[in-house]
Write a protein that binds this ligand. Structure first.
Ligand code: PMP
Length: 408
């Protein structure tokens, strides 16, 4: 006999305090709402455009890996990742002035996991983690899950303002709190699109050192400058306190789920232990695929193609914003990465309007998703990485119309 359908719902399971006090991701909510509407133009996703990847070559590599190395590729591996890929990672970081030994690198399932491991190892409840205002929602969610207090540091076009960081550290200490770390995305920041100036990089490293803060340097977008240049990382100037996070998600693809952390030497074993407890090891097959992609120098040409595409998309977006946004709207002009930051005139609430935008066929992420303190109702993030130029033009016209109506 078929089991009868359940008619009573089971009582809710009591959540841990840590989870109960967390807030669910607004970015994810917007994605979910957007996904339900076929044909939606999404400025919400930070997903790279993958159409130019050499899929046939990748398929050949997958075949080769499985036929030649199958019983290694599908076996458990070491917790810190395979040496071939760690060597490539060291070469990539050298582009930003980082001199590291492959033994120091820990490979993770995306840099999101690496941020989690480092927070697990270093952040206690009540600790203060400073971050740009606005900041990357995924990292803030990690710090909040370890019950840290996030304090935003004002930023301008040159990134986080060092004098404000110093002032806020002093304020936190005066209030009896423990300033623990600065989390920063120095290159083509998510969500603000700004770039930390060379001068400020030096200053921030020094301030963190002098003040006894850890520095979480998160850099998934560093290779995506439109001009093909890279900036010097902060890590070389403060290696004893810096945890540097890298990712293959934006310069290649997020599907293999591969990122890494370069940690101060004294933390290496702790993080390896945490990695082992959390996940045993990152996928060996995926790491071999990534290493094979990087073995062929043509990855640089593919990346150059992407940089050109993203620049074209940004230009289309800036042109469309100029044409369609109501007077008083402002935006920046990033020189790389995936994101542009918009500030709308008073009278428009981007948090309220996102549902109507989705109804009309366009998704964006309201600014509130990127502040831990409820700010951001007059701001929004537009990701220009995924939609086509046509969609960018059409989607911006729809948004411009919606915002203009909201002001009327
Ligand atoms: N840091 C930043 C600033 C990001 O934008 C992202 C992804 N959106 C991540 C970390 C996590 O990336 P992944 O886990 O895919 O490497």
């Amino acid at each position: 006999m078929a089991p009868s359908p359940m008619t009573t719902s089971s009582p809710p399971i009591e959540l841990s305090d840590r989870v109960a006090s967390g807030r669910s991701s607004e970015v994810r909510k917007v994605f979910q709402a957007a996904m339900r509407r076929p044909g939606i133009i999404s400025f919400a996703n930070g997903s790279p455009f993958l159409g130019e990847l050499p899929f046939d070559r990748l398929a050949d590599e997958a075949h080769r890996i499985l036929t030649e190395l199958g019983s290694t590729a599908l076996q458990y591996g070491t917790s810190n990742g395979i040496p071939e890929l760690r060597r490539h990672i060291v070469d990539l970081m050298a582009l930003e002035g980082i001199a590291a030994d492959p033994e120091q690198v820990i490979i993770t399932a995306g840099s999101q996991q690496a941020i989690g491991f480092v927070a697990h190892a270093t952040v206690n409840p009540g600790d203060v983690v400073f971050a740009e205002g606005p900041s990357y929602a995924g990292a803030m969610a990690v710090f909040s899950s370890y019950e840290a207090e996030i304090v935003h540091v004002p930023s301008d076009e040159d990134g986080l303002i060092p004098a404000d960081l110093e002032r806020l550290i002093g304020g936190a200490r005066a209030a009896g709190k423990r300033p623990r770390a600065l989390y920063t995305v120095p290159n083509f920041q998510n969500p603000g699109g700004m770039n930390l100036s060379a001068e400020r990089r030096g200053l921030l490293g020094r301030i963190c050192q002098d003040q006894g803060l850890l520095l979480f340097e998160d850099n998934p977008y560093g290779l995506l400058g439109f001009d093909g240049g890279t900036m010097r990382a902060i890590q070389p100037d403060a290696p004893e306190i810096t945890f540097y996070f890298g990712s293959f998600s934006k310069m290649f693809a997020p599907g293999l789920r591969l990122g890494w952390v370069l940690a101060p030497e004294t933390m290496h074993q702790h993080l390896t232990d945490i990695a082992q407890t959390a996940a045993l090891n990152p996928s060996v097959f995926n790491q071999l695929m990534m290493a094979a992609y990087l073995d062929n120098p043509s990855w640089r040409d593919t990346l150059a193609t992407y940089r050109g595409l993203y620049r074209t998309k940004l230009e289309a977006l800036v042109g469309a914003l100029t044409e369609h946004m109501p007077a008083g709207t402002t935006w920046n002009r990033p020189t790389g990465g995936f994101y542009l930051w918009v500030t709308v005139p008073p009278g428009i609430d981007t948090h309220e309007l996102v549902h109507e935008a989705i109804e009309r066929g366009v998704a964006y992420v309201p600014g509130t998703a990127f502040y831990a303190n409820g700010a951001g109702r007059s701001e929004l993030r537009l990701s220009f990485c995924l939609p086509s130029v046509e969609e960018i033009r059409h989607g911006t016209a729809i948004l411009g119309g919606l915002f203009t109506e909201a002001l009327a």
